[in-house]
Design a protein around this ligand. Structure first.
Ligand SMILES: *Cc1c(COP(=O)(O)O)cnc(C)c1O
Length: 395
């Protein structure tokens, strides 16, 4: 299909819920993508932190093809061998004990919220309040959008879920003031992604953990974006030596194939019982095969360590660029503040250089490249960024 025909089909037949850039990709290899005209692009966004092993990875492709030829879907009415393998690969990467598999980040959050509410009912005298943070992002389903601390995502859809409040992110005093006997759970991202790569002050997560322990409140960490090697550890919470009670995962778990997971440690991992929660597709053979291939490749090739190293390399160089006023983040989750509020313009200039990144508001450029990105590819990004900063009038 020609690009113009693709666009015409969208105008006619696809709900216009996205502001799409003027390009359509047909194939990819590693950190490179190729559009309908055969142009090569450098992908520094990885489908928004999804394609951790890049595009066209042979291990992911082979696992999906092999599993598709055997059986794609059976049902959670039966045992699923690949789901068992996935659990066996996934749980040792963290401190949690059991997983529920679903299809997306929002679904992982929904499962976390239901788990916490049921815990509150059973063990905390009916405590049901969820405390989340301003500027957070947890997804677009009704529960997930309610806990998302951004009014622009709420307004068209009220009334939202009752019993949810938001406090300032990174402010332990504000959180302590909001947590009470009615509180079932505290939910937050260890680094806020969607609102501009916000790293909380040192000591915040450990203080949140202590607060939750004192009040017997479930600590849910949303590691949908930060998880699975993105920040140079398997999970961002490991950097702070904090263990959550419940953790939401998705994005890169299937190496690009849709799958999510809600993980919990004992005793929380036994709260949901048959009939409480379910997903038709969750952890089906095909999705699980992709997840197994992703995790085995991450481990075999030391990609988490690679992410930490290349992330340091990138951050060191990005901070030295004229027009970049601040560099935030960890590993390969990086936010750059751009001088003169020119983030959108710089992103547009990068796009003209056929480099994919993401602008957040007027000030922040976010890069979330495939975790396999090399120093040479970072250098290629830096050249394009330097040019784009000049072009956009930021440098
Ligand atoms: C992307 C994201 C979600 C939502 O995931 P979906 O798969 O789009 O539902 C939730 N939380 C965080 C932190 C995210 O980055």
């Amino acid at each position: 299909m020609r690009f113009d025909d693709i666009k015409a089909a969208y105008d006619d037949k696809v709900m216009c819920t996205y502001r799409r850039a003027e390009v359509a990709f047909e194939r990819g290899a590693g950190c490179l993508l190729y559009d309908t005209q055969g142009n090569e692009w450098l992908d520094c966004l990885a489908g928004i932190a999804v394609c951790g092993l890049g595009h066209g990875h042979p291990a992911i492709a082979a696992a999906i093809a092999e599993q598709a030829g055997r059986v794609v879907h059976t049902s959670n009415l039966y045992f699923i061998p690949r789901q068992a393998e996935l659990a066996a690969e996934l749980l040792p990467t963290c401190e949690l004990d059991k997983a529920f598999f679903c299809n997306s980040g929002a679904e992982a959050i929904e499962c976390s919220l239901k788990l916490a509410r049921k815990w509150g009912k059973l063990e905390r005298g009916g405590a049901s309040k969820i405390v989340a943070t301003h500027g957070s992002f947890h997804g677009r389903t009704m529960g997930a959008v309610t806990v998302t601390g951004q009014p622009k995502y709420h307004e068209p859809f009220t009334p939202l879920l009752p019993g949810v409040c938001h406090v300032a992110y990174g402010d332990i005093g504000a959180l302590a003031a909001a947590v009470d006997d009615e509180t079932a759970a505290v939910l937050l991202e260890p680094i806020q992604g969607e609102s501009g790569v916000r790293v909380p002050p040192a000591g915040y997560l450990p203080a949140v953990r202590r607060l939750c322990d004192e009040h017997r409140v479930v600590l849910i960490l949303d590691e949908v974006q930060t998880g699975l090697g993105r920040t140079g550890d398997w999970y961002a919470h490991q950097h702070d030596g904090v263990v959550p009670d419940v953790m939401a995962l998705a994005k890169s778990l299937g190496g690009g194939f849709p799958i999510g997971a809600c993980l919990a440690r004992a005793p929380y991992c036994d709260v949901l019982q048959p009939g409480d929660h379910a997903s038709t597709f969750g952890g089906n053979p095909l999705a699980s095969a992709a997840g197994v291939a992703f995790l085995r490749t991450m481990k075999a090739q030391g990609i988490v360590e690679h992410s930490a190293e290349v992330g340091r390399y990138a951050v060191d160089r990005l901070g030295a660029l004229s027009g970049v006023t601040e560099v935030r983040g960890r590993g390969l989750m990086i936010g750059l503040d751009i001088a003169n509020g020119k983030a959108q313009e710089v992103n547009a200039a990068l796009f003209r250089c056929r480099v994919l990144a993401n602008a957040i508001g007027e000030d922040t450029l976010r890069i979330l490249p495939p975790l396999i990105i090399t120093e040479a590819e970072i250098d290629r990004f830096l050249v394009a960024l330097e040019e784009s900063l000049l072009d956009a009038g930021a440098a």
